[in-house]
Design a protein around this ligand. Structure first.
Ligand code: PML
Length: 249
């Protein structure tokens, strides 16, 4: 059976922020007869986002030629915290337990405000202790991944996790990123001002949700991949952007 990668990106190009303001993005993989449904779902997502009305919207699809690799979802845990300080301290500790050196974590957190408002992910190398994606070029966008609806629903019910699209999409991305051996860990929280739960993910600890990583109303999100840069960066980026993945529980 042939599958298509369907992707959406919406932004406010006339925003003050440099390069426009990212509103929403989405990834699906669909068989031809479901492409229409995917496009409508992504369109609805773009038009109803809490970050505002986009003035630019793009939805595209293309045939996937390569075989789709299957990956098991990372195990999930939820850590409850009361304050942002407590949440970020927990994030630092989970990153350290995942294998990111302390100095690297501190450096990334010092620079974190520069990473805000970024469309894609920041790649932070634990060997050289610095950012290794190209700040002035198009940022890395993890693409070509999905989790078939029925299989996700079964997983969610079994784990008593709400059947939330947001959790599904975040876990799909975290699984694709963290099952690759170049990734040591990921830190993420949303740029949606109403959504304050974020996570640290790694092969070692799985998908560790943290219930408060920023204040309500804050529009700054972040997504950092801590990577072991001894390996080939261009083939890693190729994997993130091009390798088709289905999550299967
Ligand atoms: C996002 O919505 O941009 C990222 C959400 C990450 C956390 C999802 C969750 O596990 O609740």
């Amino acid at each position: 059976e042939k599958f298509y990668s369907v992707r959406m990106r919406a932004s406010k190009e006339r925003a003050h922020e440099q390069g426009g303001k990212h509103i929403s993005g989405g990834e699906q993989i669909a068989a031809y007869e479901n492409v229409r449904e995917s496009i409508i779902a992504l369109l609805d997502k773009a038009l109803t986002h809490t970050r505002g009305k986009p003035d630019f919207l793009q939805i595209q699809f293309d045939l996937i030629d390569e075989p789709i690799r299957k990956l098991e979802p990372l195990p999930l845990a939820t850590n409850k915290v009361e304050t942002v300080e407590e949440g970020r301290l927990m994030a630092r500790n989970l990153l350290e337990k995942s294998g990111v050196p302390r100095a690297c974590i501190e450096k990334a957190f010092l620079q974190i405000t520069e990473f805000f408002g970024h469309r894609g992910a920041i790649l932070f190398d634990i060997q050289s202790n610095q950012r290794v994606d190209h700040p002035n070029e198009k940022s890395v966008r993890v693409s070509r991944m999905d989790w078939p609806t029925d299989n996700f629903a079964q997983w969610a019910d079994h784990h008593a996790v709400p059947r939330s699209k947001r959790i599904k999409e975040a876990l799909v991305l975290a699984t694709k990123v963290n099952r690759n051996r170049t990734t040591v860990a990921e830190l993420c929280w949303s740029d949606d001002p109403e959504y304050i739960t974020g996570y640290v993910a790694s092969k070692k600890l799985g998908y560790q949700r943290i219930t408060k990583l920023k204040e309500v109303g804050d529009e700054h999100g972040c997504r950092i991949f801590f990577i072991d840069g001894k390996r080939d960066l261009s083939s890693y980026i190729e994997y993130l952007e091009k390798q088709p993945i289905f999550i299967e529980w």
